[in-house]
Ligand binder design. Structure first.
Ligand SMILES: Cc1cc2nc3c(=O)[nH]c(=O)nc-3n(C[C@H](O)[C@H](O)[C@H](O)COP(=O)(O)OP(=O)(O)OC[C@H]3O[C@@H](n4cnc5c(N)ncnc54)[C@H](O)[C@@H]3O)c2cc1C
Ligand code: SF4
Length: 365
């Protein structure tokens, strides 16, 4: 353990071999490493789009390829079928790599404990999680996409990198006639709802998997390493980078094997985890996502309005949101976006400290 109960083993990772990954490609690096150790018997379980673009957890042999797992799907995944398929595999000693949200990893572990299935051949990876959009909203949203683009959507990406791992991913749709639509406005709206926390499941606002990263239920945690260039100069100019935290000896073993295997830019970064600026950049590892104002009104409209009307109403940017965007856009253009976030974090902490001091002084008088 490091300072404040933080795990010592934390890494920045960039896997250039996988241009379809949303972040730095940590997940395929872990799967490839396990495959080198265990061979073709490895079974991988993660979130995929099904034929109707709903998101569900599926199991595949490593040899059948990792491509369907690639990319963040910003929708709550169906896990029931995967949870039925995993226990018999583990009972036979098959090596299973499971990736999902921390609550999904915790639920799988509870299920295995309840069924008394040994988890010796299970390696779990959870994602740093800001919250997940509700799947009923996504289902209605898919209807709207089909109305706009017809039934012939072939590919859908929330963070498409167009084959360039150094590019920041943007929403993208490919239609049957091979026509690609860069940044379709509907998917941009979906991402805006996600970042504004409006589309998230209510339970995500009181998520128990925040705070001490060492208390997470998995062997390894992966996420986006926001602000990495501020900490590790060798990761400047390489595009999105993964943050990997290891919580168990099994996780440590995987990371040691990745370090030995080469071909991946990897650097230990545990010393940064307690720093304020690291916490400001990567706050979803530590802090709960707040329920946004008008969250209840958003969902009331979803329940009561025809979806097209609901979408029109909530896709519009309010005047306040437009005004808030201006300093952010200026800071981004000047390369100061991250600095702005750190300043905001420090200011908030200072104000909270002053309030706490005033309250304590009043209580002791
Ligand atoms: C809803 C959501 C919220 C997130 N919030 C944050 C955040 O606040 N901060 C942060 O640093 N990172 C967050 N992430 C994680 C980040 O976006 C990347 O998914 C993660 O770093 C993996 O990237 P990669 O390049 O290693 O893997 P890739 O090769 O892109 O593989 C994607 C991996 O994510 C899993 N996955 C994708 N979608 C889902 C889903 N809906 N449910 C469960 N598992 C899924 C897949 O199974 C696969 O293992 C979030 C991801 C999602 C899906
Ligand atoms: S925020 Fe918490 S409860 Fe919500 S999906 Fe993520 S891990 Fe689960």
């Amino acid at each position: 353990m490091g300072d404040g109960g933080l795990p010592v083993k934390a890494y920045a990772l960039k896997n250039f071999a996988v241009p379809t990954s949303s972040s730095g490609g940590a997940f395929p690096a872990i799967a490839q490493c396990l495959h080198r150790q265990a061979g073709d018997g490895l079974v991988v379980c993660g979130a995929v789009f099904d034929g109707r673009f709903e998101v569900r957890h599926a199991l595949r042999k490593f040899a059948d390829g990792l491509e369907p797992f690639s990319g963040s799907k910003y929708v709550q995944s169906h896990v029931a079928d995967a949870f039925k398929a995993i226990p018999p595999l583990l009972a036979k000693g098959v090596l299973v790599l499971f990736s999902g949200m921390p609550c999904q990893v915790a639920a799988l572990k509870r299920l295995l404990e309840g069924k008394q299935v040994p988890a010796d051949s299970l390696l779990t990876v959870d994602l740093v999680c800001h919250g997940t959009p509700r799947r009923d909203l996504w289902k209605a949203f898919l209807g709207l996409l089909r109305n706009r683009y017809g039934e012939d959507i072939r590919e859908l990406h929330f963070r498409h990198k167009a084959g360039d791992p150094k590019r920041t991913g943007k929403p993208f749709i490919r239609l049957d006639n091979r026509r690609g639509i860069d940044r379709p406005p509907e998917l941009e709206t979906w991402m805006r709802w996600f970042y504004a926390n409006r589309s998230l499941c209510r339970g995500c606002f009181s998520c128990p998997f925040r705070g001490d990263p060492a208390a997470r239920p998995s062997d390894l945690t992966i996420g986006d390493f926001w602000g990495v260039a501020e900490f590790l100069p060798s990761f400047r100019e390489v595009g999105d980078v993964s943050l990997v935290l290891s919580h168990t000896p099994r996780g440590d073993g995987v990371m040691d094997a990745i370090a030995r295997s080469g071909g991946i830019l990897l650097e230990e970064c545990g010393r940064f985890l307690a720093r304020d600026d690291f916490r400001a950049f990567n706050r979803h590892l530590f802090e709960s996502t707040p329920e946004p104002p008008r969250y209840a009104a958003f969902w009331r409209d979803f329940e009561t309005m025809p979806f097209g009307e609901f979408f029109q109403k909530h896709a519009r940017l309010s005047r306040k949101a437009k005004i808030i965007q201006i300093p952010l856009q200026i800071a981004t253009a000047c390369g100061l976006r991250w600095k702005l976030l750190v300043w905001r974090f420090k200011l908030k902490r200072l104000v909270k400290g002053i309030f706490r001091k005033c309250r304590n002084t009043r209580n002791t008088q």
